[in-house]
Design a protein around this ligand. Sequence first.
Ligand SMILES: [Zn+2]
Length: 90
Amino acid sequence: MVQLICEKGHRFEKSSSCRTCPTCERQRLKNLLPGLAAPAKRALLAHGIEQYSDVVRFSKSEVAQWHGIGKTAVMIIEENLTAHHIPWRE
Ligand SMILES: [Zn+2]
């Protein structure tokens, strides 16, 4: 393990292969997909979705089946798509 300090000044220990600062990474994930609960967020991130516009790669019924996605999450995603005039994939 090596001691590292990221550009924002967080100290952390990491093996040499991965130098991502865990504090910055947590912060980054927190800012992604605003409005969604953590399980739903994790489900979207697991499918490579980091912003609502990425959802267009999937259909509504696909997304609704993912573990962690409930009715509320689908509603929030839909609201965000509508707000940005992005339709669900058919
Ligand atoms: Zn950091």
